[in-house]
Design a protein. Sequence first.
Length: 217
Amino acid sequence: MEIYLPTLNQSIRPGKILCIGKNYARHAAEMHSAVPEQPMVFLKPSTALVANGGRIEIPPASFEVHHEVELVAAIGRTGKNIDVSEALNYIDGYAVGLDMTARDIQQRAKEKGHPWSVAKGFDTFAPIGAFVAASEIPNPQNLSISLTINGEVRQEGHTGDMVFPVAQLISFCSTIFTLEPGDLLYTGTPEGVGAVAIGDKLVARLGEVPELHVEVH
């Protein structure tokens, strides 16, 4: 799947989907985990992407798939070892997304000290809405974020509650990976995560950016 970058005015297939775990203190608490001392980064494959109006497919291997609504930033410039003060200048646009998680598989992996790649990486496990230009979002830390399922609010938070703000996340990730145009950064989820069921209709909202509508199959 390609994403349309509004500032660059072109569609690009993302090379990397960088995701941040436990970036809201209350979410870390509901997962019975401590807040990390530095950003906790994991990856999803580009095949996990699904666009607005698409379907989240429940894999046969899991009996407990959870929703996690997140602010997503799209990288518009190549960068390495980016200073925090310059980090937001590397963002092309913002969107709302979902980090779907096979929680039962993740829990088994945690118990064995194994990576989370399988629990996070199934096809359709990274729904993404349309991007708005970064210039339209002067402060990514001043946005409301929410998720409704079948009209009922399940998650509701504010990006100002991030443990590590977007600029710091970009700076940190760029010390590990060279960031390239089209790379996506999922910035973590507020509290309220929970299971979805076949037939559920999810609506994710982030400030004034376009809503994301997906259905579970």
